[in-house]
Design a protein around this ligand. Structure first.
Ligand SMILES: [Zn+2]
Length: 520
């Protein structure tokens, strides 16, 4: 079997062992005797607790430089430094934030700070430290087999246990219970240490235990948790045994639930070392970065081009919703809204491309409206919103998002010529299912429109799909600003003019009155 040198260069059981990959696994010690003469020596391991391990590996990562939690976007200056401090302080900590703020993701990412391989007594349900086993069967086994005691290993992911708190979680679920079947099979007395059925927490021994939505845990379960944090051990109901567990406890909660009086017992709150607030992306750019990372966009078959303004509109829907008084502030608007929306937008564009045998998939604003099913379910509405209906609220949010995005590109740009074309009776229908070739022909008939697309970096040499998407965005922008009208069938036409705008249609020199020009 492997020599110690083969594990991560032999000095510490640090992240460099990861580099050895499968080779390291091949050469890991398989017995307690081998373990003693490996980098997993007694001196190294005996007193190394999970929080020491997290701290050591974090310090190594900090010295290396680079991101501590790759894939966590927008928290570099806020949440991440606070988490680092909590870990360096060896704290149990809680993340407070609204839904869709990557709380679970951050907690799961903590596993990257664990050793790549953790040796334990093979077969032990609570993954006992071979040098200081706490359960009775392991103590017996080590006493009997000595250096021949078989050793097994856990990966980083296997050392993460997660539980969504609900009011019906029991002490038995969390900590453990008597297992009468185990007792009968093994011929043990009920109450013997050999008959314990371990709950989630002992099974998380020497790992990370995450409880999401902590305030939903019943009071007496919170007391149980407090005991673990206070005494560092658990007592199993009716058993004369104590298990001095080694667990890093991390939690998440909605801030309002957490701070509400009586939801969390004070001594438990007192034992949570750090309280860290998460937040939604601070800028549209950060939101786009997260959505781009999370949404399923790399699909087979079709070439996809997502215009920047479509990304912005999708992101701004979430931003607008977070500010809208018709949307419930306490539950928040998850980042999953723009992510799901983006996926649906691409799918609607794919559907159009397949139907018209187009090679390039370019989402349009019309696809955003078609993505309503990915939006409405993510909004918890206030009374006023409920009265108006989720669809109505969703459409208003999209329109607000379009208006703001449009302003980013076209504020101060003279669009009178385009508006006039509609005022003179021009109409164009742009169904979200309309093929690019046909739609482009019709859009080119609108005086002054296509040359405006340079602001979107779209010229006449661009693909028809891109030109149509860009031109439609301009029309949607004008509609969002109420300069032109548009009905449910996506027929763009003259808007209702406020009185103060005096139009002089007969002085136009470039085009005669063109009447209705419907497009199908
Ligand atoms: Zn054990």
């Amino acid at each position: 079997m492997g020599t110690p040198d083969k594990i991560g260069g032999g000095r510490i059981i640090g992240p460099e062992a990861v580099l050895c990959g499968g080779f390291a696994i091949m050469s890991l010690p398989r017995t307690l005797g081998e373990l003693r003469h490996s980098p997993f020596s007694e001196a190294q391991l005996r007193s190394r607790r999970v929080k020491d391990e997290l701290r050591d590996n974090l310090m190594a990562k900090l010295r290396q430089g680079g991101p501590i939690f790759p894939g966590i976007v927008g928290y570099d200056d806020t949440v991440v430094p606070q988490i680092i401090n909590a870990i360096l302080s060896r704290h149990n900590f809680i993340l407070l934030g609204l839904r869709g703020q990557a709380k679970s993701r951050i907690l799961r990412a903590l596993t990257t700070l664990l050793d790549p391989h953790m040796p334990y007594v093979a077969g032990c349900e609570i993954h006992d430290n071979p040098y200081s086993p706490i359960c009775r069967p392991c103590r017996d086994s080590v006493a009997k087999q000595g250096d021949e005691t078989p050793i097994a290993y856990l990966t980083q992911e296997q050392r993460y246990v997660e539980k969504l708190a609900t009011p019906d979680v029991t002490i038995a679920d969390l900590i453990g219970d008597i297992d009468p079947i185990k007792a009968a099979r093994g011929g043990h007395e009920l109450g013997s240490e050999m008959t314990v059925h371990y709950g989630l927490l002992p099974r998380a021994n020497r790992g990370i235990f995450a409880i999401n939505e902590l305030p939903d845990l019943a009071g007496k379960i919170q007391v149980g948790l407090f005991n673990i944090m206070q005494e560092g051990d658990v007592q199993i109901k009716g058993y004369p045994i104590r298990l001095p567990l080694d667990v890093a406890l991390v939690f998440s909660a909605n801030p309002e639930d957490y701070t509400a009086r009586g939801k969390i017992i004070t001594p438990l709150k007192d034992r949570i070392g750090s309280e860290i607030r998460t937040h939604y992306p601070a800028s549209i750019e950060e939101g786009i970065a997260i959505t781009t990372q999370e949404a399923w966009t790399k699909r087979d078959g079709y070439k996809l081009h997502i215009p920047k303004y479509v990304q912005e509109v999708i992101e701004r829907i979430a931003f607008a919703a977070r500010e809208d008084k018709k949307v419930d502030k306490r539950s928040g608007v998850s980042q999953r809204l723009p992510i799901s929306c983006m996926e649906n937008v691409i799918s609607n564009a794919e559907r159009r491309a397949i139907r018209h045998e187009e090679k390039l998939v370019v989402p349009r604003i019309g696809d955003v409206y078609a993505a309503m099913p990915a939006i409405t379910g993510k909004l918890e509405l206030e009374y006023e919103g409920e009265m108006k209906g989720a669809d109505h609220v969703g459409r208003e949010l999209i329109r607000t998002a379009i208006a703001k995005t449009y302003d980013g590109y076209f504020k101060g740009t003279d669009m009178n010529q385009v508006v006039q074309w509609f005022d003179l009776g021009g109409e164009i229908q742009l169904a979200d299912t309309a093929g690019a070739g046909e739609a482009l022909q019709a859009l080119r008939g609108i005086q002054g429109l296509m040359e405006k697309l340079v602001k979107l970096n779209v010229g006449p040499k661009e693909s028809a799909e891109s030109q149509v998407s860009a031109a439609e965005f301009v029309l949607e922008g004008l509609h969002a600003h109420k300069r032109i009208g548009r009905n449910e069938e996506r027929l763009f036409s003259a808007g209702e003019k406020p009185q103060k705008v005096a139009e002089k249609p007969f002085e136009r020199e470039d085009a005669p009155f063109r009447g209705r020009r419907p497009f199908n």
